[in-house]
Design a protein around this ligand. Structure first.
Ligand code: 4AZ
Length: 243
């Protein structure tokens, strides 16, 4: 991808592992995430196989190394990995998780030009729709990016993605493929957004999940509409139990 304009993906989150000194990525960046409610971030379940205490969520970030005034950093109160998440010979199924942010002075994310929530998609977008991916993952140089990058990708049909020379039926109906030859998400982008536009509004349609290498076959994304009820129910139940 190319360097993204600040404020173009204001729902993009950076998941950090603490202490950052122990891993070789800028400031401990582990995965992407997506802000869907002031106190809730969606990510990939395969990203959060660690304790909530070891995580930080940074919103409003562009440059992973430079401190930026647009940044808002939160601790994680609780991790909700999808109960049906599992990994079968490197393929993650139901690869989605919710992070409940720990409020500071009674609030979580505060809306700015650089920090905003995104809508959840409840309906399918047609094959061929041009959508957007963003993240700090590996580029063609083989290194993770210091700057937030983005790219356009097209939604790919299940039948094409499951062809014998592609994923040979490993892609199930909780996943959506997207890509353009050579343009793809990669290591470090996991958990981040695949957003699509409808009537001038952006919707979270996929969560970066897996793929064979990068840029060679389509990227595979967790299909958000399939998890709409789980997301809404989890947020509702958790908010109700604290009233
Ligand atoms: C990864 O390793 C990864 N091309 C993420 C996305 C894709 C491949 C690998 C999709 O986290």
């Amino acid at each position: 991808g190319l360097k993204s304009n600040p404020g173009k993906h204001p729902w993009q989150a950076s998941l950090r592992m603490i202490p950052p000194e122990t891993i070789p990525t800028p400031k401990g960046h582990l995965c992407g995430g997506v802000l869907i409610d002031p106190c809730w971030v969606v990510t990939a379940a395969h990203c959060v196989m660690l304790k909530a205490k070891e995580l930080r969520v940074v919103l409003g970030d562009q440059d992973l190394i430079k401190p930026e005034v647009s940044e808002q950093t939160f601790k994680v109160e609780k991790i909700f990995s999808h109960p049906d998440y599992y990994d079968d010979s490197e393929v993650p199924y139901n690869d989605i998780a919710l992070l409940k942010l720990k409020p500071v002075n009674g609030h979580c994310a505060q809306e700015t030009k650089y920090v905003k929530t995104v809508c959840l998609s409840e309906e399918p977008f047609p094959t061929g729709t041009e959508c957007y991916i963003s993240g700090w993952g590996k580029t063609s140089t083989g290194k993770e990016s210091q700057h937030l990058l983005d790219a356009n990708v097209k939604l790919i049909s299940k039948s094409h993605c499951n062809a014998p020379d592609q994923y040979d039926n490993l892609v199930d109906d909780t996943m959506i493929c997207a890509g353009i030859q050579g343009t793809d998400s990669c290591q470090g982008d996991s958990g981040g957004p695949l957003t699509c536009e409808r009537d001038g509004k952006y919707y979270l349609y996929g969560v970066v999940s897996w793929g064979f290498q990068c840029g060679k076959k389509p990227g595979v994304y967790t299909l958000v509409p399939k998890f709409h009820s789980w997301i809404k129910d989890t947020i509702r139940e958790e908010s109700e139990s604290f009233r």
